[in-house]
Design a protein around this ligand. Structure first.
Ligand SMILES: [Zn+2]
Length: 478
């Protein structure tokens, strides 16, 4: 039986290197060819993409599906439906669940749940808190590792925090042996707590405003990044730092990259889109916004880091909570949860930045597709629209002005910190491996369509091409 063909007709294919008017011919699960629009090749089905942009399906290295243990907030079905609605075709989920994913048994239990539910391709970053489990988890197919330096209360689980230098060194050494990436949330926790208490002692209220200011202070991030980079230099582990928004961190990371250290840098848009006004109006929904967006120098540093590639990746940190849960944060920010749903708005939010001239479209496409695919070792099977790539794509209506609304989301918590904001550009159709998973405003596949993405051991490519950062210039380990 010959495989079904689909022609995406009349769109503009957007890649990191630019746009081109090409039709796309898909055969089965794969891209078969890029066609000249005048080509007479016919297909079993045509999708009209006139006036639309065609991007590779987005890949996210920062999903919190909240499963197992917190399914009242989100689960694999609802998070992947939200992802599909937002143009994502692959995500990698995080280990801060209950119980946390620290052993092969817990990893396999989690995988069995996701296999039944997830509608996008997915991977899982396990927690490397038990040294003896690290090689076993890698052998069992973990996509990579993730740990936190921030602690306090859930979702910043103290059991998953590693800050002591001796533990960092032994953990990084063990992960380096696996060739898999490790995502780290850098944070100087004890310094943060001390600075916060100093502010309160000076008379500021112990509230979310003070919390947000101190949480985003440059030294709290820069100091952690400095230590992590030194341990990385010692061990050669492939590290990805997340939530990067501090100018001091950018300086250190740019230097490490120039020195050939295989570090990749991710940021997530809430740090540089949520304002003090949002916190006043929305409370904990908008944490940790405010401190960065009111400082033009910090904003300029972020746009520059995105433009030059010091920031490689824009991840979602899709981290839903029920609105009731956030009242705890307003009562005691040192132990309350914060985090927000992002899948359904992120692409629109960032396309609005492109429309406003803050960011080049090619850089945005790279940061959402090719760069994360390279970290996972799946480029150009994913993260590209080349002959032979998986037919993973998102059609975008670039001029559509819309306002996200609470109560109209696919995510289980059904709210957005961007409620009511004018955004320009919207994903309108998402295809994963040749099948439309979201279109006409509806999810279009059954639970369990997604496939698991196993970890791929990689090492830095010593002959890396000019202009390519060492953390993205990798070869499979032989
Ligand atoms: Zn997160």
């Amino acid at each position: 039986m010959s495989e079904k063909t689909v022609r995406i007709r009349g769109g503009r294919i957007q890649t990191p290197s630019g746009g081109a008017e090409n039709d796309l011919l898909i055969r089965g699960e794969k891209v078969a060819a890029l066609l000249d629009p005048s080509s007479r090749i016919s297909a079993d089905r045509e999708i009209d993409a006139a006036g639309k942009w065609v991007l590779p399906g987005l890949i996210d290295l920062h999903a919190h599906t909240r499963s197992p243990g917190y399914e009242e907030k989100e689960d694999f079905l609802t998070s992947s439906r939200a992802a599909a609605a937002g143009g994502y075709t692959t995500f990698v989920d995080m280990p801060n669940v209950e119980p946390p994913t620290v052993t092969v048994e817990l990893f396999e239990n989690k995988r069995a749940v996701a296999d039944r539910l997830c509608i996008v391709d997915w991977g899982h970053f396990v927690a490397p808190t038990r040294l003896d489990e690290i090689p076993k988890l890698a052998a069992a197919g973990a996509t990579g590792f993730k740990f936190f330096q921030v602690t306090g209360g859930y979702p910043h689980d103290p059991r998953l925090a590693i800050a002591d230098p001796a533990r960092l060194l032994e953990t990084f050494s063990a992960i380096a042996e696996t060739g898999l990436p490790c995502v780290v949330h850098p944070f100087a926790q004890t310094l943060f707590e001390s600075l916060y208490h100093q502010e309160v002692a000076k008379g500021r209220p112990g509230d979310i405003h003070t919390f947000s200011d101190v949480y985003t202070r440059d030294i709290v991030w820069r100091l952690a990044v400095a230590i992590l980079l030194e341990v990385q230099r010692e061990t050669g582990m492939r590290m990805q730092v997340v939530h990067t928004h501090a100018p001091g961190s950018f300086r250190l990371l740019a230097q490490a990259k120039a020195d050939g250290v295989p570090v990749t840098v991710a940021t997530d848009p809430k740090y540089f889109h949520l304002t003090e006004e949002d916190i006043r109006g929305q409370g904990a929904r908008a944490i940790p916004g405010g401190a960065v967006t009111r400082d033009p120098d910090r904003m300029a540093a972020i746009w520059e880091a995105l433009d030059t590639g010091v920031i490689d990746i824009i991840d979602s940190d899709h981290a839903p909570h029920l609105l009731d849960d956030l009242t705890l944060m307003e009562e005691d920010p040192l132990i309350g949860p914060f985090g927000s749903p992002h899948y359904e708005d992120l692409l629109s939010l960032m396309l609005t930045d492109v429309a406003e001239g803050n960011l080049r479209l090619g850089r945005l496409v790279h940061a959402l597709t090719e760069a994360p695919a390279r970290v996972l070792g799946i480029y150009p099977r994913k993260g590209a629209l080349l002959p032979g790539s998986d037919a993973d794509l998102v059609l975008v209506d670039p001029g559509l002005v819309h306002q996200p609304q609470d109560g109209q989301m696919e995510c289980k918590s059904n709210w957005t910190p961007y409620h009511g904001r004018d955004l320009v550009g919207k994903p309108v159709l998402t295809m994963l491996r040749g099948t439309v998973i979201f279109g006409d405003g509806q999810v279009a596949v059954e639970p369990g369509y997604g496939r698991y993405i196993s970890g791929i051991p990689q090492e830095p490519d010593r002959s890396h091409p000019a202009g390519m950062h060492p953390g993205l210039s990798l070869s499979p380990r032989s």
